[in-house]
Design a binder for this molecule. Structure first.
Ligand code: SER
Length: 640
């Protein structure tokens, strides 16, 4: 079964069960301070999971473009990619566990013809401290489902210690069987929603971990051990709780959030144990074989990293809110993906100029029928790849110069020269100079002085210390990010709504002052401020900033009503509503209007929520105007 067929079958299966098909949201989230990228199907639907009515009702199905930067180091095992497509079905306060688990199983067995003997499931063990019970309801439903398929399903606790133990249903704690945007219950800020989940795993029948020094060697194998034998193919999250300052409370509605990795299911359906060996990647890998003259089978890691990273970068740049490589937030991630791909390309000795563009073209061709935005934005993708390639070359030059300085400062004999991990990390962090290149240069110096290259053991030890430096740094920035996040959502209600409405007013005012060509490129709201990115080639003058503030404050003073209606996307566009929203299915969208009939000051396609009228907002003030990336400006503003 092709990936194309799987997408269709999934949407159709749930459509036949009363679900409305919705299009993938952008990879760049709107007003979501929790992550830089849309990393799950749930993110764009948060307002509806919290109770806002969705224009299409209570049952939805979609395939969401997703990106998880945290999986960058996992690429090269058999099942992780940074970008992936997440198949999702949604009950917004409609059906619950019984329907969900039965339908999911039916889809896997009847539609995809998977062998039920190969399926295993996990459920939440429960946690007294947070007052959430063991999910025995799901266990009973699973037992029943397996029984209908001729399987006596035994439930096993503590497989982490016991191994599989002839079980079929396994209990795990909140690190495995709980889902929220911010992770386990103790990571969830006040106001965040989440719940226990139940995952389905497919058994490949043998350990597959390809990373050297597998940490799984001496542990019992179980469905969550990570050795690669079992691959998680789907997660049914029962989003029924909200974290409050009095602990977890039930949400007004019980939701189902199912997410299944398309790439993984395609692998299983195509009889492969590795997602890169599927129709999704085959053309990309062939292209890399042509460019390098080497075989994929003998160079799996570099091939897979190149294919993964360039696919992800192509999708992020090819989004209608496309982000260019830069040194900040999302742009930094794109930069890292492209540069890492180039480095791996050098490792397999690809020499052609602009080869990354050739691979991006293969990716665009493969995906454009499903994601037409890639073709629409092809020029943006290609231009940025070319620029980034050139910039990276320059960076490498600078790094080499810095290294030369370090050599000059050294007073001893170069025969035994090594650098400490801090210098290596500094070269990497400040100059983007990769570890392996530093080692190559050091070895060159040693050989010149009549010595030999450093031993593999020394190199290995250095690499270990270097990685520890990276980790320390990541932990520091993660702590900073977590701090920001906590601050960000502490007050989810009134202030955030007001700032969100202010975003719309700001967009409208910018178009008035700078011209209708101004396009929103992303936004982000915390309890303290809003951040708004938009396309504009120059720095704003003080007069322009002042004018924008005046327009927004004037609208606030006039206390205009905020209203919305639900209409088909086509109509919304015809009426001149703005907003990035792609629809392949002609679905209805929410349009938020500020002002009075026929005198709207703003009309935008948007999920909400918003203030009821502009008078609620207070005084609007721009606190910063700066560059975000090439051709994109960023404004930070507050409501006083
Ligand atoms: N939100 C869940 C996940 O990302 C299921 O969609 O795994």
């Amino acid at each position: 079964m092709s990936s194309e067929e799987l997408r269709k079958k999934f949407l159709k299966f749930f459509e036949e069960r009363g679900h409305k098909i919705i299009s993938s949201a952008s990879l760049i989230p709107e007003n979501d301070p929790t992550t830089l990228f849309t990393s799950s199907g749930m993110q764009p639907l948060v307002p509806y999971l919290m109770g806002e009515p969705h224009p299409l009702g209570k049952r939805l199905v979609d395939i969401q473009k997703s990106f998880r930067a945290e999986d960058i180091e996992e690429v090269g095992d058999n099942r992780h990619t940074t970008f992936f497509e997440m198949m999702g079905n949604w009950s917004l306060g409609d059906y619950f566990k019984k329907e969900q688990l039965n339908w999911l199983f039916e889809f896997l067995i009847e539609e995809l013809k998977l062998n039920p003997q190969k399926l295993y499931v996990s459920v939440f063990r429960g946690n007294k401290e947070i007052g959430i019970e063991r999910d025995l309801e799901s266990v009973e439903i699973w037992k029943d489902i397996f029984k209908k398929n001729g399987i006596e399903a035994k439930d096993v606790d503590f497989a982490e210690k016991k191994g599989i133990d002839n079980g079929r249903i396994f209990y795990y704690d909140e690190s495995k069987n709980w889902w929220s945007r911010s992770g386990a219950p103790n990571e969830m800020p006040i106001g965040e929603i989440g719940g226990p989940d139940s995952e389905v795993f497919y058994d490949f029948g043998e350990e597959l971990k390809r990373h050297e020094n597998s940490k799984y060697k001496n542990q019992p194998c179980h469905i969550n051990c990570g050795c690669g034998r079992f691959v998680e193919i789907g997660n049914s999250v029962f989003i029924e709780f909200i974290n409050t300052n009095k602990g977890f409370k039930p949400l007004p509605q019980k939701n189902v959030d199912f997410g299944g990795g398309l790439e993984r299911l395609v692998a299983i359906l195509q009889g492969e144990k590795n997602i890169f060996k599927t129709d999704l990647f085959i053309d990309i890998l062939k292209k890399i074989e042509m460019l390098s003259g080497l075989k994929y089978e003998n160079n799996m890691l570099p091939f897979e990293v190149i294919a993964d990273h360039l696919r992800a970068a192509t999708f992020i740049m090819g989004d209608d809110k496309g982000v260019a490589p830069s040194n900040v937030s999302q742009g930094y991630v794109v930069r890292r993906l492209i540069r890492r791909a180039i480095r791996y390309g050098q490792q397999i000795e690809i020499k052609q100029d602009l080869w990354i563009q050739e691979i991006a073209q293969v990716i665009i061709d493969k995906y454009k029928s499903v994601y037409p935005e890639l073709e629409r934005n092809a020029k943006f993708i290609m231009d940025n790849l070319a620029n980034e390639g050139i910039k990276f070359e320059k960076t490498l030059e600078k790094g080499l110069k810095e290294l030369e300085k370090l050599f000059d400062n050294y007073k001893g004999n170069f025969k035994n020269f090594v650098l400490d991990e801090k210098s290596l990390f500094n070269l990497y962090q400040t100059y983007g100079f990769p570890f392996e290149l530093s080692i190559e240069e050091i070895n060159r110096k040693r050989v010149q002085a009549g010595g030999t290259p450093m031993s593999k053991e020394t190199e290995g030890n250095l690499l270990k210390l270097f990685r520890e430096e990276i980790k320390k740094h990541q932990e520091l920035s993660r702590t900073a990010a977590a701090g920001k996040f906590r601050g960000g959502l502490l007050d989810t209600s009134f202030k955030t709504r007001s700032l969100h409405t202010a975003c719309h007013l700001l967009g409208a005012a910018l178009r008035q002052v700078l011209g209708e060509g101004v396009r929103q490129k992303g936004s982000n709201i915390t309890a303290e401020r809003l951040r708004f990115d938009f396309s504009y080639p120059e720095k704003l003058t003080n007069e322009q900033i002042k004018k924008v503030e005046e327009i927004v404050n004037e609208i606030i003073k006039n206390n205009l009503p905020v209203s919305f209606k639900e209409i088909p996307l086509k109509e919304a566009k015809e009426e001149g509503a703005i907003g990035v929203f792609e629809s392949k299915y002609g679905e209805k969208v929410k349009v938020y209007m500020i002002g009075k009939e026929d005198e709207w000051v703003s009309k935008e396609i948007c999920g909400g929520p918003h203030a009821k009228s502009t008078g609620e907002l207070g005084h609007f003030k721009i606190i910063k105007e700066e560059s975000s990336s090439a051709g994109v400006r960023r404004i930070k503003a507050i409501l006083e």
